[in-house]
Design a protein around this ligand. Structure first.
Ligand code: NAD
Length: 352
């Protein structure tokens, strides 16, 4: 247990980070430092990739979206996230993506933390994208295009500003109101912002292009003629079977970098490609075992789908940051005699 781990309380009381607590935590640390710290936590865990027990997430698909469980463990600590993706939710005033997660002690199986993860997912996705760009984007890139200006957009742009040196963003969304809202946030954050009316205008002069649209179909947000040499593509919206963002020809021309191949194969842009399509696992680049960008003209593609290890890193970050301050949830039954669970119920007034 390191110095930042919460002081142990009764094991039945589990530290709980609500949405309000998460907002307070980020306000205390600062959004930019939080993104930088998260990028470092994710990178640290990518460096020790082999320590993790890995499996593609368990997905329950329906016509409107997907509900997923994302588990992993490093042998000492276990984590899982519950997350959904429902692209049509916005029409009824709901989020496309909501999430919560749990961190547990492998030795006892007892939960150590329960946390909101809707905000945390936006932070960790942005931090992971920016961490990948640190290894793959062209040196000196200052301008990023963002296609899809919904919930993830401002987090992505700010993480790229903080971690990868972006100073200017060019925004496009089919919904101009989404672009206006993102533009306001990003100008307030000190970025130079252009609001564009076509995706072609958005990518003009951009050396990094992030696609974060939500649509459950094989979309072609970027076609082959739109992507010039030397660009880094950060494709985060294609993250489900039958849901992709890039034309196949763009994917074919790019050097592809992925998180966990068995999951990306089902969910990422990789699902469009033949079995033998080449890719590099990002953790190998992070560990210096494989090259990232090798030339100025190369098109690099981070085919991001979001992997459980990133959520593990994010939950560990929250655990380290909240210390002993989180309120506790009375989540676990705690009978005086562990074998007499029934007696606890009776002492609580339940008649037999
Ligand atoms: P959101 O619904 O808040 O925003 C999506 C935006 O895309 C909307 O503003 C919509 O108008 C826009 N859009 C849809 N089709 C478009 C098109 N053809 N061109 C331009 N804009 C278009 O969703 P969000 O929470 O921002 O998530 C975006 C995507 O990222 C989702 O598909 C989600 O599943 C995915 N996601 C991936 C990860 C990851 O780790 N890779 C993590 C979180 C979310």
């Amino acid at each position: 247990m390191n110095a930042q781990t919460p002081a142990p309380g009764p094991l039945s009381l589990v530290p709980f980070v609500s949405v309000d607590d998460m907002m307070r935590l980020i306000a205390r640390i600062g959004l930019r430092p939080a993104l930088r710290e998260l990028a470092d936590y994710v990178e640290r865990d990518f460096r020790r990739w082999d320590d993790f027990d890995k499996t593609p997430r368990v997905a329950a698909h329906s016509p409107g979206g997907v509900i997923e469980l994302m588990p992993t463990s490093d042998g000492e600590t276990y984590a899982f996230k519950y997350v959904n993706g429902h692209p049509r939710n916005g029409r009824t005033g709901h989020q496309t993506v909501t999430a919560f997660g749990v961190l547990s002690d492998v030795a006892t199986g007892y939960p150590l933390l329960v946390s909101e993860m809707t905000i945390l997912t936006a932070l960790r996705t942005a931090a992971t994208s920016a961490m990948a760009a640190r290894h793959l984007a062209p040196k000196g890139a200052r301008t990023m295009a963002m296609i899809g200006n919904g919930a993830q957009c401002a987090f992505q742009a700010l993480a790229f500003a903080e971690v990868a040196g972006i100073t200017s963003v060019r925004l496009f969304d089919v919904d101009a109101a989404a672009t206006r809202a993102a533009a306001r946030h990003l100008r307030d954050a000190g970025l130079d912002v252009a609001e564009c009316t076509t995706p072609e205008a958005a990518i003009e002069g951009a050396r990094i292009v992030t696609t974060c649209t939500a649509d459950k179909r094989n979309a072609t947000i970027l076609t082959d003629n739109m992507v010039g040499p030397g660009v880094h593509l950060n494709a985060i919206g294609g993250d489900c079977p039958g849901k992709t963002e890039l034309h196949r020809d763009v994917v074919a021309r790019a050097s592809m970098f992925v998180e966990y191949p068995p999951q990306t194969r089902i969910e990422g842009e990789l699902q469009q490609m033949p079995e033998d399509h080449p890719f590099t696992e990002l953790h190998r680049v992070v560990r210096g075992e494989a090259p990232g960008r090798t030339s100025d003209d190369q098109i690099t593609l981070f085919d991001s789908v979001g992997f459980a290890v990133e959520d593990f890193s994010a939950l560990c970050w929250v655990r380290d940051k909240v210390g002993g301050d989180a309120p506790a949830l009375d989540l676990l039954a705690d009978p005086d005699d562990p074998r007499d669970l029934f007696g606890m119920l009776r002492r609580g007034g339940v008649a037999v």
